[in-house]
Structure formats: C-alpha cells, structure tokens
Unconditional design. Structure first.
Length: 274
C-alpha cells in the first residue's frame, strides 16, 4: 500500500510543481536547483536575511543545508525556519559536515532547539553528531560511529520529533516508530560532489507535495538511489564521473513512477529495533 501511494506521489509532484525554497551551500547550489527541476519541483535559492521569511511563506517546502555555514546564513536559516513553522511548511534539514568541527556541530544542535524540522537527511556520522553520539566525520564524508545506524536514526527521530533519513549503502528512513530500508543506489554517487545535497532537494519536492512526511522522504531517497543505479547502467567503456553526472540528471528528469514501482528495493522492519 505504501509503495503504491509513493508511486502516485511521484506522478502528482510533477503535476503540482511545488516551489522549494533553499538556503543551501555555495558548492552545490546549481546542482540542487537542477535536481529540483528534474524531480518536478520549482527551485528558489534566496538567502538574503531581508527576504527569507517572505520567500519561505510562499513556498511548498524549505530546504536548509549546512554545507557552507557562516554567521549570516545561520541567522537567515533561523528566520526562514521560524516562518516555515508558523505557516506549517515542511522543513528539510541537511546537516552537512556536522561532527567535523565544534562550531558546525554546536550551531546545528542550537538551530534544532530553536525550530522544528520535518525531515533530517544526512550520513550516519552527521546524524549521530546531532544527538551527541560519538562519531568521526571526515570533512563532509561519513566516518565511524559508536552505535548502529538504525538505532541512531530512531533516537534522532524521537529526540527532534521528525522523520530521519540516513543515507548509505542501505538507506534507513524512520519516523521514530516505523523503520523502512531502501537498497537502491550505487557507489558512483559518492564520487560526485553534491549528490547528498541534491537528495535533500528532491526530498523537499516530494514532502512539499505530499500529505505524508514519511512517504515524501521515502520517495526522495529512493528516487535518487534508483536514478543513480540507472545512470551507471548507461555508462560505456572509458566513461567516468563526468558522463555519470550527465546520465544522473537524465535519469532524474525522465524516471517515471511505473519504472520506480518495478525497480525500487524497499522493505519495512517488522520487529522493533529499540
């Protein structure tokens, strides 16, 4: 039943064309905008403190990305997120690099204490660092953590009353009670800068068009994973990450709900983890 609802959501999102406001990082901003377009949304990247509240108020979703965090952007993020909470607009939070430095980690934890987020999407060490679990983050890449990934996801979801998406070889998605695993994806996705950021943007599209946060989050992570799988299959001998990235955007823009239904690898945990 959930799979069918998500399939319908993939189709409906293109029809609804949700406006997704981003306060994101300078490294991947163009890719995030194009990924939003490819998934059926309409991106806007307004980060000026003077207009973030107004722009957020007319959006279907807000995506906050910590990739190039600094003092002014942190202020803009808080203002935009408060407006989103006021207007009941979903907020997707991507804690890029959290755990790498004290400033980044403390800033993210402080922000999550001030405002509510709808979805947290990150790798396992970033998410673990949000709840104080010992983790080693290497720059913006995942590192070692002191607890199992599903346990970390559930604890984070319960602490912040949110849906958590932890990406990896097997993605973990939970609302604190239900736990769903997605096995689509490919190692090549880790060789292109910004695929995690793009995933948060795509989640923003689907959460902005959905009545179910869990289904929207599942739609976004599985959509990117499947697009990555299919992009690799297009590669010919001698082609590398440059061609893969082009293939990835082709797949993101042409992937249909019927193909998704046939090829998605998703299953729900039947036994409680905690």
């Amino acid at each position: 039943m959930m799979k069918q609802k998500i399939s319908e959501l993939l189709k409906e999102t293109r029809e609804k064309n949700p406006l997704v406001h981003h306060i994101t990082n300078a490294v991947t901003i163009n890719d995030c905008a194009n990924a939003t377009l490819a998934a059926g949304g309409s991106p806007v990247m307004a980060d000026a403190i003077e207009e973030v509240e107004e722009m957020t108020s007319i959006s279907s979703a807000l995506v906050i990305n910590f990739g190039t965090i600094k003092k002014d952007s942190l202020v803009a993020m808080e203002k935009a997120m408060r407006k989103a909470n006021e207007k009941d607009i979903p907020v997707v939070f991507d804690p890029v690099g959290v755990g790498a430095t004290t400033y980044r980690t403390k800033s993210a934890q402080w922000l999550l204490e001030q405002v509510k987020v709808t979805v947290i999407r990150g790798n396992v060490s970033e998410v673990a660092s949000l709840i104080g679990v010992e983790a080693k983050t290497s720059g913006v890449d995942a590192g070692e953590v002191g607890e199992d990934k599903t346990t970390i996801a559930k604890k984070t979801a319960k602490k912040y009353n949110t849906v958590v998406v932890i990406s990896g070889e097997i993605d973990v998605i939970t609302d604190g009670e239900r736990v769903v695993y997605v096995e689509n994806g490919h190692q090549m996705l880790t060789r292109v800068s910004g695929t995690g950021c793009m995933t948060a943007s795509i989640i923003g599209c689907f959460v902005g068009a959905s009545r179910s946060v869990l289904e929207g989050a599942l739609a976004g992570i599985s959509y990117m994973g499947l697009a990555g799988e299919r992009a690799v299959k297009r590669l010919k001998e001698g082609e590398g990450v440059g061609t893969f990235k082009i293939n990835l955007f082709d797949e993101l823009s042409t992937l249909t709900n019927t193909v998704w239904e046939k090829e998605v690898k998703m299953y729900e945990a039947k036994q409680p983890i905690l």
